[in-house]
Write a protein that binds this ligand. Structure first.
Ligand SMILES: Cc1cc2nc3c(=O)[nH]c(=O)nc-3n(C[C@H](O)[C@H](O)[C@H](O)COP(=O)(O)O)c2cc1C
Length: 185
């Protein structure tokens, strides 16, 4: 019986299980995008959903935040997750679709009141203000956006003995299948 990190199938299953757990626990992960000026930009976000069957991850955000401008220019993103207990680094490259309005209304209904305050700020997020508290928050469903992120590749590192690294690529020909390779770490 092999350990999960010794086989490519074991790694793939553990990665999706870890992502599903992260979403369940509202874990904070790093989401990186590329600005319209081609600058790298990374920020902390809460992982809201991980669907192994669809191969998607989801994040909630404010439609007026800078990352939306970036994603409209370049709808690509990378997630970074480090699990110290598992000695596991997960990087996921994704194609991002920005969902708003009616299609996310049910998700908005489930957002608790205190969390809704994260969506709807005047002036919009990232604007210069004269005092640190010179802004108002009022929940606004119109600026609630879900980033639906279709994972097309994973880069996985397990810091065991020995170190192991693997690449998983979504198979173009067979939906739901992943092409896996070991990589030199
Ligand atoms: C612990 C933590 C969790 C956060 N979660 C989210 C989140 O789920 N969605 C989000 O849009 N911003 C979240 N933020 C704020 C972002 O890190 C960032 O400051 C904000 O989204 C503006 O980023 P942007 O200007 O690159 O769009 C979080 C920040 C922290 C510190």
């Amino acid at each position: 019986m092999s350990e999960w990190f010794e086989t490519l199938d074991g790694l793939r299953e553990r990665v999706w299980a870890r992502l599903a757990m992260a979403a369940l626990q509202s874990d904070v992960v790093t989401l990186a995008t590329v600005s319209p000026e081609s600058e790298p930009e990374a920020r902390s976000v809460v992982l809201r959903d991980a669907d192994p069957e669809a191969g998607t991850l989801a994040v909630y955000t404010d439609l007026e935040s800078a990352k939306i401008t970036s994603l409209r220019h370049h709808p690509r993103a990378s997630f970074l997750i480090w699990d110290a207990d598992l000695s596991l680094q997960i990087r996921a490259q994704c194609q991002v679709t920005i969902l708003t309005g009616d299609v996310v209304a049910e998700l908005w209904d489930d957002v608790p009141d205190y969390s809704r305050l994260s969506y709807g700020i005047t002036p919009p997020p990232g604007q210069v203000i004269v005092e640190s508290d010179a802004y108002q928050k009022a929940p606004d469903q119109a600026v609630f956006a879900v980033l639906s992120c279709m994972v097309d590749a994973f880069d996985i590192v397990h810091l065991g003995k020995p170190h192991r690294r693997a690449r998983l690529m979504r198979a173009q020909s067979q939906p739901g299948e992943w092409v896996a390779n070991w990589l030199a770490p």
